[in-house]
Write a protein that binds this ligand. Sequence first.
Ligand code: PEP
Ligand code: MN
Length: 287
Amino acid sequence: MESDHYNDPAMFGGCSVPIRVNRKSKPSPTVVNINGIPIGSSSVVIIAGPCSVESHEQLLETAREVKKAGGVLLRGGAFKPRSSPYNFQGLGKEGIKMLTEMRKATGLPFVTEVMDTRMVEFVAENSDMLQIGSRNMHNYPLLKEVGKLRKPVLLKRGMMATIEEFLLSAEYILNEGNEQVVLCERGIRTFEPTTRNTLDLSAVPMLKHLTHLPVIVDPSHGTGHRWMVPVMAKAAVAAGADGLILEVHYKPEEALCDGFQSLNPDEFSRLMAELKKIAQAVGRDIY
Ligand code: PEP
Ligand code: MN
């Protein structure tokens, strides 16, 4: 229904912003609370951890390094959306169990992906934040299902989604009553082959302009190169991101998934120190 949208075709290429995510319907920024950690405040939140949960040792050692360097939220996939069915698919429920044990040992809350409507209840009951991955941004039954919860959701931009489509997917979740949504720019597919994706940092100010929802950036999937992650992470904070989600592994060379874009603990720790200065330069701090 056209009246559910505010149109500003002259300025935004015809992009219409649906009503519930629209900043005009809620001028104050939404702050999403993940077990006491606010995303969308003046402080930038750093989420870090392995691409996938692989073992007790890998998860715990990585989580300890993340915490030591100042990360406040852990990431780790148990249900993995892999392009090839022959690649490591994640540890599933066992991986979720390891994440809850990691939280008990370190005190770090965690975000983990849910891919299937049949698993939403289980993952919601056993995690602090649900991730909807890039490949599922268009999975409307899944969006509706997480919309029925009162649990924070990290919604990643579809790799071929426009900003309007991204906002419409978030609208699905809000429309079911769940307003605890964080948007994540993770790079889009372009004609450029040197990077895994083209990290669209211009999406950060545009999204912040159009919606009241917090916006974070994933420079790991956004570049696909470990050496590029720190510079793009700093650029994302300079561009106004409310947080970062970074792949960190205690031994990236042994990772079962995405080791080539994962920082080792030293690199992550160095980046954390640099991010403090960038945040300060743009009038913010690191949570
Ligand atoms: C991830 O963050 O684990 C992931 C699979 O990323 P994306 O959905 O952005 O590809
Ligand atoms: Mn990954």
